[in-house]
Design a binder for this molecule. Structure first.
Ligand SMILES: *[C@@H]1O[C@H](CO)[C@@H](O)[C@H](O)[C@H]1NC(C)=O
Ligand SMILES: *[C@@H]1O[C@H](CO)[C@@H](O)[C@H](O)[C@H]1NC(C)=O
Ligand SMILES: *[C@@H]1O[C@H](CO)[C@@H](O)[C@H](O)[C@H]1NC(C)=O
Length: 235
């Protein structure tokens, strides 16, 4: 009797364990893997922290574009020219190379990373500058490439960061700060309208964790496209 029940249970499990398997597909060809996304993130980091034209040619698509009002603000020293705000900052790979190549290497730590099948790769980063640290976010659209060393090239960058602090670090903006955290004078000498929220040191530590950069993975599965998934469920 006992063995009959076990046999019946085993049969039931066996019956349940025979689903129609979805065909496996080479993720490497259709979807970015976690390691490939990490490589894209680290490639961009190296262009900021250890720049060379050779690696820029290797990591960036030929039709690379970079949108960043934060970078434009640094180029313009907080003014509205020569580069207009709200437009492309580097309209070609050559323009990026000419601009980035003339910069000193910048400390750049990746704090988080998120990615999807064919991109974008999204990172949150921090630059340990003095006196003020600079934090930013970058969305990188990518394209699959089979001609060079990198399976995924960075094609379009949308990057914004704390350019206010960066301009303070450069000495372009001279803040006049009172003890209660209100800036008495704004960047162009006007009274700042908004005061900063009063945060405790503990909260600041949480917002800016110290220690090793952590690459984190969002929930992501490399499977067949959703349209095919729906089709296979119907049949
Ligand atoms: C890197 O490439 C840019 C854009 O073509 C060029 O302006 C710059 O001179 C190059 N730098 C070096 C060191 O070759
Ligand atoms: C993934 O694709 C790259 C570029 O085409 C290739 O070099 C590499 O061998 C592939 N990896 C796997 C595990 O198939
Ligand atoms: C800084 O702000 C204080 C308070 O508003 C003001 O009294 C002082 O003149 C300012 N200093 C400079 C150098 O602007």
């Amino acid at each position: 009797m006992r063995s009959t029940i076990i046999a019946a249970a085993a049969f039931a499990v066996g019956a349940l364990a025979t689903p129609t398997l979805l065909p496996k597909r080479d993720c490497n060809d259709t979807c970015m893997t976690f390691d490939q996304a990490t490589a894209v993130a680290n490639n961009f980091k190296s262009l900021i922290s250890a720049y060379s034209n050779a690696t820029a040619d290797e990591y960036l698509a030929v039709d690379f574009m970079d949108y960043s009002d934060s970078v434009t603000t640094l180029i313009d020293s907080g003014c509205t020219s020569p580069l207009p705000l709200g437009s492309v900052t580097f309209g070609s790979r050559e323009a990026f190379e000419a601009g980035q190549g003339s910069q000193p290497d910048i400390p750049f730590e990746i704090l988080n990373m998120w990615y999807a099948c064919t991109g974008p790769v999204v990172i949150r980063w921090r630059s340990a500058q003095t006196p003020n640290i600079v934090t930013g976010n970058i969305v990188m659209e990518t394209v699959r490439d089979t001609t060079g060393s990198e399976p995924w090239l960075i094609k379009t960058v949308y990057s914004e960061f704390n350019s206010g602090d960066w301009l303070v670090n450069l000495g372009v903006f001279k803040p006049n700060c009172t003890a209660d955290g209100n800036s008495a004078a704004g960047p162009v000498g006007k009274k700042a309208k908004r005061s900063l929220p009063h945060t405790s040191a503990a909260l600041d530590d949480e917002a800016y964790p110290t220690g090793r950069p952590q690459l984190s993975r969002i929930s992501y599965r490399c499977t067949i496209p959703w349209s095919e998934h729906k089709a296979s469920r119907r049949s």
